[in-house]
Ligand binder design. Structure first.
Ligand code: PLP
Length: 441
């Protein structure tokens, strides 16, 4: 026991000493060691079992027991662990075919990379080549990635927290308003009209309109049902492609394979990552319609990564999709989502500090408020990167001490458990929130 404790302390010390932590001042980088996982739970080196209602940045949609993926990865590592993307491999070919099958409409051909960030960068390049235009229009309440272009296309506070000398913005990125009836002075209809007008005022120079169909880390914003189809029409009227960033919402999370399907829209480009392999391997994808793909028959697709279509990652992707299918997890997300919605609404009725519940399927969230009438947030967007603890952080910490982990972001508790959860797991999570929300009530 004493030696286990010693080893745990040693691992955490080594990590602090030699690893640079993400999105943080290094003085605040103090991670807890995770030594095991089971089902929808992570287990600390101290043996604490934590029910994970975040799916770790909305990644582990399959939970941690997907044997089929472990076997497929193991088998691939032993046969063809890697060749460069100029060669063909079975897992890449079969995964591309499968993605053509499960993505909406005529979406057909896929370009691979290793992160959601890169998948969006690739989408920008494709949209620019196809339209011959250069700008990207996105929205303020969005996160599209961490590199120069995809962060510049994000509205997230992470884009603006450092000045231009450290984090210059890529030119040609314009931002429009969000479908955020609860917290914006524009209603969703007006926000669409505004975007329509903006595209014209930009002189129809926009190549791609980039949106998360159902916003994730910037507040789980849920548009009205006709928003996405109308946005596509508006984009096309101005000669721009519709790019749906489904890095979070893809692979069953909303009770459909893709949120675009939920909103009966066929985007010109879909980007995805996270749930694609259930995050058993890093893999991202940019899938385009047949028409867009056709353009590149005669035009150079001047893009590539050493790890594009990595065979082991593609084997994980294929096995993950087979697991979603075999275990009927897309329908399960719909059913469990309905139960979760009822329970979150009842929770909202019990707690005055819950302003609004939003979301669909197992992609839901609650926005907190200091005053029900005035909708005053506990955490402003700027606070997110200040490093100072907020009431939202305290609520999250309290839920964690009750044994349930939630991702908290921009005044919202994001509720995105693995698709494998059952009603008991929901009850456990709600009980933890009941305790935690006493802090904000
Ligand atoms: N797009 C969305 C909607 C995301 O939520 C994220 C990450 O959270 C990204 C893009 C970036 O993906 P990655 O962190 O894999 O680069």
């Amino acid at each position: 026991m004493a030696s286990q404790q010693h080893e745990k302390n040693e691992i955490e010390r080594l990590d602090r000493e030699y690893t640079l932590g993400t999105w943080t001042r290094q003085a605040d980088f103090n991670p807890t060691q995770i030594a095991d996982t089971e089902g929808p739970r992570i287990v600390t080196a101290d043996g604490d079992s934590i029910l994970d209602f975040s799916s770790q940045y909305v990644c582990t949609s399959l939970g941690y027991d997907a044997e089929r993926i472990a076997d497929a990865v193991n088998e691939q590592i032993r046969t063809v662990p890697y060749v460069n993307p100029g060669w063909s491999t079975e897992p890449r070919a079969r995964l591309s075919e499968k993605l053509a099958e499960i993505t909406p409409g005529s979406l057909k051909k896929t370009f691979y990379s290793t992160s959601g960030t890169e998948a969006n960068e690739v989408a920008f390049k494709i949209a620019r080549s196809y339209t011959g235009k250069h700008k990207i229009l996105s929205r303020y309440r969005s996160y599209h990635g961490a590199t120069a272009a995809s962060l510049s296309a994000s509205g997230d506070p992470r884009r603006v927290v450092q000045g231009p000398e450290i984090q210059p913005e890529v030119p040609g990125m314009v931002k429009g308003p969000d479908p955020y009836a609860y917290g914006s002075s524009l209603d969703p209809e007006q926000s669409l009209e505004y975007i329509d007008e903006m595209l014209g005022l930009e002189g129809d120079t926009v190549a791609g309109v980039l949106v998360e169909p159902l916003v994730g880390s910037n507040g789980v914003l849920t548009p009205p049902d006709d928003y996405l189809p109308r946005l596509k029409e508006i984009a096309h009227d101005h000669g721009a492609l519709l790019i749906c960033d489904e890095v979070m919402t893809g692979f069953g999370r909303t009770g459909e394979w893709f949120a675009s399907t939920l909103y009966e829209t066929e985007p010109d480009i879909i980007t995805m990552a996270k749930g694609l392999t259930g995050s058993y391997q890093p893999l991202a994808a940019t899938t385009v319609t047949e028409e867009v793909a056709e353009h590149f028959e005669e035009h150079l697709l001047n893009q590539g990564h050493t790890f594009s279509g990595h065979p082991t990652a593609c084997a994980a992707g294929l096995a993950a999709i087979e697991t979603y299918e075999e275990e009927n997890l897309v329908d399960r997300a719909k059913e469990m989502g309905a139960y979760l919605k009822t329970e979150l609404e009842a929770l909202a009725d019990r707690h005055p500090s819950v302003g609004e519940r939003r979301g669909v399927g197992l992609h839901q969230g609650i926005e907190l408020t200091r005053s029900e009438e005035k909708r005053v947030p506990f955490e402003r967007r700027e606070d997110k990167m200040s490093g100072e603890p907020t009431v939202l952080n305290e609520v999250g910490a309290s839920a964690l001490s009750e044994g349930v982990y939630f991702y908290t972001s921009v005044n919202t508790i994001v509720v995105t458990p693995p698709l494998t959860i059952d009603e008991d797991d929901v009850d456990e999570a709600i009980a933890a929130l009941d305790v935690a929300l006493e802090i904000s009530d």
